[in-house]
Design a protein around this ligand. Sequence first.
Ligand code: ZN
Length: 674
Amino acid sequence: MTGLCLASCGTKPQTAADGTDAFNYVVDQFADVQILRYRVPDFETLSLQQKLLVYYLNQAAVEGRDILYDQNGKHNLCIRRTLEAVYENYEGDRSSADFKALETYLKQVWMGNGIHHHYSMDKFVPAFSQAFFAEAVQGIDPAKLPLAEGETAEALVQKLTPVIFDPAVMPKRVNQAAGQDLIATSACNYYEGVTQREVEQFYNKMKDPADATPVPYGLNSKLVKRNGQVQERTYKVGGLYSPAIERIVGWLEKASTVAENDQQRKVIDTLIDYYRTGNLETYNEYSIEWVKDLASQVDFVNGFTETYGDPLGLKGSWESIVNFKNVEATKRTEIISSNAQWFENHSPVAPEFRKEEVKGVSAKVITAAMLGGDCYPSTPIGINLPNSNWIRHDYGSKSVTIENITEAYNQAAAGSGFNEEFMWSNTERQRSKQYATLTDNLHTDLHECLGHGSGKLLPGVDPDALKAYGSTIEEARADLFGLYFVGDPKLVELGLLPDMEAYKAQYYQYIMNGLMTQLTRIQPGKDIEESHMRNRQLIAAWAYEHGKADKVIELAERDGKHYVVVNDYERLRDLFGQLLAEIQRVKSTGDWQGAHDLVETYAVKVDPALHTEVLARYEKLHLTPYKGFVNPVYSLMKDDQGNVTDVTVSYDEDYVTQHLRYSKEFSTLPTYNE
Ligand code: ZN
């Protein structure tokens, strides 16, 4: 899968930006999360019509919040509403350890859009007692609780207690452990009463191998068994999640009236049509129109898009991001995309797997204006859509780097002590300081603009052939494309890098992260599950292993601590090229066994001793491995006649206030959705 792929690249605190900024980036901190704000520079330079367009799309971006909670787990809305009711109405001791722990847990639930960690997918472990939970819930006015018809507060507590407290109940949102029924062992709410085998049979029957323009089967529905029959419950107006989708459509209708041009209006109207009908052919039409809209400055994603939340990679989680083009920074990516064919022709993959003609690689740098659904509070720093292989092939794709989010990460990470702790010497630290922001952005550009769009499947190869390994292999492919070319003299020639030292900052950072420092995000004793983390370890561990004889990369020890040392950057680039060729072969030929061997050998298992060491060193820095965001608040300014004269943006809303407000203003779904 491609898509919003650099999700949670908060694992890059090594990019230290210098200097302080009066803007207060850090909003909140709890558990393993730090909440940041992001600025929306140049919003005021948009026209009033564009500002209104952004405003309406922003409203639509928040309306789908409840949908994601329900997709992530069937009890999530009930738990969130119960906890919020306690949080707002509890009259006992609010400074007690139990209440404080409940507050932290609620903040985690907001961060995860449910009771599972947004990244590890593991269920949160509450630090308050079951007795406290029961007493707190039963102590408030029952009218404030999300009770079903005839349900008592006591029954509510009984229903939720195992879901919250029992580690054996719904332990994982997405389970990808080979050999188990992935549906039965995943807590996500995309399936009910069906086995993995039944799901696979249901969708295999729909697939027509001769169809060159397939729809993304199953993307916008829940698959359930009713009266012995396996059937889809489609997300649409009049279908599943209708109350929220109706509101989204309402805002999109307003947005349509202030669209920048006819093409953009067509995009919005086609999306409305799709939300009304649930027809995936219409979704394909919408995707194609969306790719074609290159002239508009304001752009957005809104819908069931990425499939990381489904162990079988079929069902789209709801997400939205509203943005507008950063004209100055876009010049950088335009240089890259206008040279797309050169990069494809010089890629180290076998010629039969290259694209003869790279089409429509559009690239721009954007400013995010609003994050919603699966892009909030944790958010990607790059977008590459649509996901459909044939639409990408025939119409191209849109690829963006979200610079104001990256800026917030870097500003918040400045001066954290991370590089001092984990980098081998001052040489690496100096390089990082000088080049890391630049090469980070370039690697993201190359990954998004070119990496995902490069290469091709051989005729007749099923795009889903790699099954559960597909996401990891696809991300590795795009990352390797970026790594290989960030070290190419062509980038210096194009004026994108100042010299042939710069890429070393990216290489060092990548290997250090993949071999060591990303382990800060893994709990002791756990394997690596998330596909981006798997991809990064795959690349780093493969390069380490294959360069071992010549000591291309070493894990050196000093004072009982381990460090990554890269001895030969040119050889490392060769290794990236070799692995890219192999990964492209696996993808192009649909070699499931090859994908299995690469992922299981290099990407999953963790060295327990090194893991323990990294966690201990990291803990001493008092940093949090994950970042989330609060959105800005947009307000309509009106004159005496009620005409809108301006849209303003402010940054003063905190994390708790924002979520409680969203839960009041943008919460239309029933507590349980059938
Ligand atoms: Zn990606």
